[in-house]
Design a protein around this ligand. Structure first.
Ligand SMILES: Nc1ncnc2c1ncn2[C@@H]1O[C@H](COP(=O)(O)OP(=O)(O)O)[C@@H](O)[C@H]1O
Ligand SMILES: Cc1cn([C@H]2C[C@H](O)[C@@H](COP(=O)(O)OP(=O)(O)O)O2)c(=O)[nH]c1=O
Length: 189
């Protein structure tokens, strides 16, 4: 049976890095066929979000949900993988758009038809550490720090509600990978 793991966390928490390391490890050591995919997914919707979405949180929820529908349709055609690793899923909408003040129940309802993952791994770390990993010239530090702190809080609340597995993402890449492998081996395979 194909399994679905979602990796969630604030920007710079190491989701993409972990997803790729997990694929490498699970394919070479456990002989599993693994697909890694990410949200936002559709180039067309990403363009639309860039053009009209960022200042309108309600529209963002709807655009990310539209993107997710395209993503999930694409995923449903994959038949030959043992494991699909999602680098972000609908919990990102609950955490990020929830942090912008959109009613969480409504965000959950909009996303209620999407398949539930078998496991969610939350990469948790202090905001300052995440920011130091991703800072670049265009970064609006104060704004970003404020919003990411709220997003982190939302994620930690969701972790209790949905039984996420929390990994300490401030550790180095190999330790994060080790923690994630332990969780997956113990609870999924
Ligand atoms: N555990 C880690 N320790 C230090 N740096 C890391 C770690 N994981 C990822 N990074 C680095 O931090 C940056 C953001 O990582 P990335 O995987 O793209 O995060 P995300 O997908 O969550 O935004 C990259 O430069 C990556 O190499
Ligand atoms: C999927 C999703 C992403 N987002 C945000 C989170 C990120 O800031 C941005 C996606 O950018 P991305 O570069 O994929 O994030 P990361 O740096 O974590 O790899 O979109 C939402 O606000 N809602 C959503 O539903």
């Amino acid at each position: 049976m194909q399994k679905l793991i979602a990796i969630e966390g604030i920007d710079g928490s190491g989701k993409t890095t972990l997803a790729n390391l997990l694929k490498e490890h699970l394919e070479s050591k456990m002989k599993l066929d693994v697909i890694v995919t990410r949200e936002p997914f559709s180039e067309d919707i990403i363009k639309l979000i860039e053009k009209i979405g960022w200042n309108d949180p309600i529209l963002l929820v709807l655009l990310f949900a539209a993107d997710r529908e395209i993503h999930v349709n694409w995923l449903s055609k994959i038949k030959d993988a043992d494991l699909i690793i999602l680098d972000r899923y609908y919990f990102s909408s609950i955490a990020y758009q929830g942090a912008l003040g959109v009613d969480e129940q409504w965000i959950k309802m909009v996303n209620s038809y999407f398949p539930k993952p078998d496991m969610v791994i939350l990469l948790d770390l202090p905001i300052e550490v995440a920011i130091s990993r991703i800072k670049n010239d265009k970064f609006n530090f104060e704004e970003k720090i404020k919003s990411l702190a709220k997003v982190r809080e939302k994620y930690l609340k969701l972790a209790k509600e949905y039984n996420f597995y929390i990994v300490d993402a401030s550790k180095d890449k190999n330790e994060v990978l080790e923690q994630a492998i332990k969780i997956i081996q113990k609870n999924l395979f």
